[in-house]
Write a protein that binds this ligand. Structure first.
Ligand code: NAI
Ligand code: MG
Length: 497
């Protein structure tokens, strides 16, 4: 099979990354961390260090936040059409540099190159183009009020101010862009803090932001560790809002840290999303979708369908189908030809996922297929199905964030009790329903407590569709109108006539 990228491009990228650490992008200039420290960036397919990134700390964050603060008034006053033009220009630049970005993302995170290209590069360009449209369409309202006398009343939407964007390592590039794009459209300025495991595509994003011609300080990129750079950003008194995607534990610590100046906080956290397959479902579609819903990106997906509920009449057939897919998935390095599933992102994540599989077995679940590490230096794991799982088990309650499916069956129960099982989780991010009965589908869609319900397919994220969680899956929504409005303050203005 021909590689979908030029080998020379990969060689050039590797040489470039090996030659010098990536830098911070602060106030329109590139710089090393004030401490001079760097992060060792590991290729999860080999376990080897292949690059270094600046390890920004509190001092760098302070410089970046102050630059964003200084840039704010000018950016907020920039005509929205001009803000849109810059977002569109960045989208074009991202596509022009698409191969290098996808190669970087694949090396850094381990995901298959094609996923890095479609979900990462094209997904990011889509986010920018969609949100560029909002820049000129953010509006307030006019209201009828009942005070005595004559009044004109209206609401204005204003940009919130300086935004701290903290993103995780599972889809590093598109998530960074998905936070920056609506913030900039709304007129906010940004300090981006990527995950320490995957800092490289964000560093590249900083270069493209400079090339696109955004004014200095409008976007700043500070690579660094969560407990240092991330914590400093969350605590900084000049930051008006934090938009965070990551673990529920860190999300809660951000809420506490944000109380200092009562920052606005948007959180997109973990999930334990159910996939429900009813007896009348189109299994030719449901089986592969359920399989890739948990094995895609090695299960490191916040909306992964990690709890499977299947009607007992088709349970064996569905499990056999998913098991066959699990065993046929080509696991390998993201840049190896034909790879469908890459390694887990880090040694820590591998240990965590293997620990969960062991705990499931300890609690009485059966490892149907997979269950083990794939020997070698990389952080590869087999696609895994646990059967005989039940609520109360750790593997059913907690987010594993690996390619591990917990399979359960239901009988001819009423929809209410099926929904009760599906909702028996502290999370509520996503869900999938497979049935040909429109009434069953819609009744379930209403009963499920999750921010997203997918009926008969639809695995991706679209910038037009609100994304976020019920319960402990988060606060607020990203994407869509609500996503851009989350970067605004609403002001009521009344005029006595
Ligand atoms: P994490 O929540 O620690 O990391 C996410 C981001 O938060 C990174 O940029 C990190 O540097 C930053 N961060 C960490 N501590 C911080 C702090 N005190 N203040 C500010 N920022 C901080 O996630 P981690 O530890 O890498 O992964 C652990 C688990 O979290 C995973 O197994 C998975 O269950 C969940 N997770 C969920 C994600 C999602 O998309 N919802 C993404 C990543 C992880
Ligand atoms: Mg952590």
């Amino acid at each position: 099979m021909n590689a979908p990228f030029a080998a020379t491009a990969l060689d050039a990228l590797r040489a470039d990354l090996a030659a010098r650490p990536t830098e911070l992008y602060i106030d329109g200039a590139f710089a090393a961390a004030a401490s001079g420290e760097t992060i060792e960036v590991i290729d999860p397919a080999t376990g080897q260090v292949f690059a270094h990134a600046a390890a920004g700390g509190a001092e760098d964050i302070d410089r970046a936040v102050k630059a964003a603060r200084r840039a704010f008034d000018g950016w907020a006053a920039t005509p929205p059409s001009q803000r849109a033009r810059l977002l569109l220009k960045l989208a074009d630049l991202i596509e022009q540099h698409g191969e290098a970005i996808a190669l970087t993302e694949s090396l850094d995170n381990g995901m298959p190159f094609m996923m890095a290209k479609f979900a990462g590069v094209f997904g990011a360009a889509d986010q920018l183009r969609y949100n560029a449209g909002w820049a000129t369409k953010i509006t307030g309202e006019t209201m009828q009020i009942s005070w005595p006398g004559e009044w004109q009343a209206m609401s204005l939407r204003e940009p919130i101010g300086v935004v701290g964007a903290i993103v995780p390592w599972n889809f590093p590039f598109v998530m960074a862009v998905a936070k920056i794009a609506p913030a900039l459209a709304a007129g906010c300025t940004v300090v981006l803090k990527p995950a320490e495991q995957t800092p490289l595509s964000a560093a590249k994003l900083g270069q493209l932001i400079a090339e696109a011609g955004f004014p200095a300080g409008v976007v700043n990129v500070v690579t660094g560790y969560g407990t240092t750079a991330g914590a400093a950003l969350v605590e900084h008194p000049l930051v008006d809002k934090i938009s965070f995607t990551g673990s529920t534990g860190v999300g809660k610590s951000i809420v506490r840290a944000a109380t200092g100046n009562l920052k606005r906080v948007t959180l997109e956290l973990g999930g334990k999303s159910p996939t429900l397959i009813f007896a009348d479902a189109d299994l030719d579609k449901a089986i592969p979708a359920a399989a890739m819903g948990i094995f895609g990106n090695a299960g490191q997906v916040c909306a992964a369908g990690s709890r499977l509920f299947v009607h007992q009449s088709i349970y064996e057939r569905v499990i056999e189908g998913i098991a066959a897919r699990a065993q046929s998935i080509k696991v390998g390095a993201g840049l190896a030809p034909g790879t469908e599933m890459g390694p887990l992102v880090s040694a820590k994540q591998l240990e965590r996922v293997l620990g969960y599989i062991e705990s499931g077995a300890g609690e009485g679940a059966t490892v149907g297929v997979g269950g083990g590490r794939i020997e070698g230096d990389g952080y590869f794991i087999q696609p895994t199905i646990l059967t005989g799982t039940a609520s109360g088990m750790k593997v059913v309650e907690e987010e594993i964030f690996g390619p591990v499916l917990c399979a359960m069956r239901f009988g001819d129960d009423d929809l209410e009790s099926i929904a009760t099982s599906a909702n028996a989780t502290e999370y509520g991010l996503s869900s999938s329903i497979w049935t040909r009965d429109i009434s069953t589908a819609l009744k379930m869609a209403k009963k499920i407590k999750a921010g997203t319900v997918r009926i008969n397919g639809g695995g991706g994220v679209d910038p037009a569709m609100p994304l976020g969680g019920y319960k402990q899956s988060g606060w607020g929504r990203e994407n869509g109108r609500s996503g851009v409005e989350a970067y605004t303050e609403l002001k009521s203005v009344t005029i006595g006539l």
